[in-house]
Design a protein around this ligand. Sequence first.
Ligand code: MD3
Ligand code: FE
Length: 217
Amino acid sequence: MTADLFESVGDTRPSRGVMADGAVLLRGFAKPFEGELLPALRVIVKQAPFRHLITPGGHRMSVAMTNCGSAGWVSDRTGYRYDAIDPESKQPWPAMPPVLRMLAARAADDAGFNGFAPEACLINRYVPGAKLSLHQDRDELDFAAPIVSVSLGLPAIFLFGGAKRADKTARYRLEHGDVVVWGGPSRLFFHGVAPLADGEHPVLGRQRINLTFRKVR
Ligand code: MD3
Ligand code: FE
């Protein structure tokens, strides 16, 4: 089994690993970008603050979300979709800063997906207790493009299943700076995030921020 390779084991953490067919874990890949990344995120969040979206079923999500890029993921009573306009401000989402675009493209490239050009970056904010139920990401038109995820702040337990909802889930601890490229078959695997454990991150405090870069059209 490979799962134990990815558990937090102090300084023996591998810098790279394959979590499933097409899913490549790049431990700490975002760390060198941190100094530019965090200020860029602060600017985005001022323009498009985090908000708790409502699911089509009428539930308020515990994860707060915002976006940058030429499209953003939104949910309301009518369904899920990508929209060029922030429904709160009625303005376009903030542009994707070059540092974010570059981080995503370099990670994808490292995992063998050359020329990754995401239109959307969904920004998720977890406070202790917030979770994301098991789901698939199917609102994009192009499943050949990978999704690149960047974890920042408090560590999370990521739940990773298979192509079917009932498939067994493995647990991976994703920490500050970890990047995962989800391509190939893994692109459509079920996944979620366990309720965030309380803690204090030296840079981000009592929260976890996750970025997902997506090609949506
Ligand atoms: C595997 N976000 O935004 S990131 C999401 O930590 C989402 O906020 C989680 O699931 C988070 O949709 C997980 C890791 C991730 C993101 C997208 C995937 C894993 C994925 C898409 C397909 C397969
Ligand atoms: Fe997802």
